[in-house]
Design a protein around this ligand. Sequence first.
Ligand code: P6P
Length: 337
Amino acid sequence: MTTNLGLPVGTTLDRFIKTNQDGFPFASGELSQLLRDIALAGKILNREINQAGLGNILGDFGETNVQGENQQKLDVVADIRFTRALKNGGEVCAIISEEKEEIIHLNPNSKYLVAIDPLDGSSNIDANVSIGTIFSIYRRKSKLGTRATEEDMLQPGNAQIAAGYLLYGSSTMLVYTTGDKVNGFTYEPSLGEFFLSHRNMCIPENGKIFSINEGYYYEYDDNIRNYIEQCKQRKFSARYIGSLVGDFHRNLLKGGIYLYPSTNANPQGKLRLLYECNALAFIAEQAGGLATDGRQRIMDIQPESFHQRTPLFIGSPKMVEEVGEVFKQQLSGRVHS
Ligand code: P6P
């Protein structure tokens, strides 16, 4: 049964979530409430991002996060906002966040788990470039009433029951899937509401946009350099804003591929499997796209640690398949440098 029920553009997020829930006879409303809690935190963070330049909360917080990255003040604010919203909402048993080393335990009586990057692309904050929040939602495997276990938090992307991102750009959007297509909602701050603006988002099968940091060109494997050269020979457009959510969202709408291969500094890739790649992979596949690490589906990867990194190739299926072919040629030794 389609749960979109052909809801018209302009439907509020609340109405859309409620109608989706009605489409699932056994839905108890907890996931619906969880999605509302995420949207609420997104509204609050949106206001703080838009006022950042005025509120003198720009610039470094003077601390470093578990990644050893310089924490921007808004990173810290974002982590607080989402953790507080999910704690107060009561629907989440535990969180894995980019900003915290260990599991954040919340309501032991809840059945849902969240993996989240509260604010991705934070190095762009002061430059006023689009930034985003990325989240995945899982069902716990351990017993209700107990603390979440490491096994709960290390489930493969295939086990996601929902995933999405918030994009704080020229307008703020929430894009998410519960496994039944992808829908996008645009925020109207004067009304404090998200409205359905992009129904059943589908990524073009092919595209002419490639998103990769060519500053690392000489660190990439020959197969990646070959692919970059092929894109240039075909006069594709290079679009890379240093903000994964922004690059992903544009490619989802227009067709394209985002590539973050292994580099000297990040031999396993830079992006995080649990709270960046799995969520976008779920969205990409639900929109008809693909997401791999060059050799396997991102969502097939069995996580070994909370903050594990992976190479990421994600976007239009034909383009991701092409990169996969280049890897296969490398494996068979057919790639010419
Ligand atoms: P680089 C931001 O730090 C991020 O995680 C993604 O949002 C972005 O696409 C990538 O890293 C940028 O990394 O190494 O190109 O600056």
